[in-house]
Design a protein around this ligand. Structure first.
Ligand SMILES: [Fe+2]
Ligand SMILES: [Fe+2]
Length: 174
């Protein structure tokens, strides 16, 4: 059984993951309208992943005798000055989520809820990976700057990144 404190903290995280999905959906749409299909597909995949993160929390809360909350969400930023700015926002957002997960881990220890603590380790590992991916992409985008040709090539490369991570997911399941 979840304590009220843990239930509230997990529900807050459910909302953050749902908002993350919306944030990345807005980025996917913006990139698609700009004609950059690779970046757009990458962001659509990120948006789907965040929804999965949310659902995993929803199931956990309900399975442990809590009641998952489906909350109203803050509207995401829907327009950007550049792809550089968009990917800066992506990294900033992942860092914000990591901070929130860390806080949640801290609360689980305070509450001596070791089942929740154990469950959260998946999110800790996931955040390390997502921050690293966001940093790698941002480094590349910073090198490209305003170069249109560079951005075109990057759009093709990031598609490969999406394919590779999908392949990893599949091999992970096998
Ligand atoms: Fe997430
Ligand atoms: Fe994320």
């Amino acid at each position: 059984m979840l304590s009220k404190t843990i239930e509230e903290a997990l529900n807050k995280q459910i909302r953050i993951e749902a908002e993350s999905s919306q944030v990345y959906l807005a980025m996917a749409v913006w990139a698609e309208v700009k004609g950059l299909e690779g970046i757009s597909n990458f962001m659509y995949d990120q948006s789907d992943e965040e929804r999965e993160h949310m659902l995993k929390l929803v199931k956990f809360v309900n399975e442990r005798g809590g009641h998952a909350q489906v909350s109203e969400l803050n509207a995401p930023n829907v327009t950007f000055n550049s792809f550089q700015e968009m990917f800066e926002k992506l990294l900033e957002h992942e860092i914000f989520v990591s901070t929130s997960i860390n806080e949640l881990v801290h609360i689980s220890l305070q509450e001596k809820d070791y089942a929740t603590h154990n469950f959260l380790q998946w999110y800790v590992a996931e955040q390390i990976e997502e921050e690293a991916t966001a940093r790698t992409i941002l480094d590349k985008i910073n090198m490209i700057g305003d170069d249109k040709g560079g951005l075109y090539l990057f759009d093709r490369d990031i598609q490969q990144l999406t394919v590779n991570s999908a392949a990893q997911d599949l091999s992970g399941q096998a």
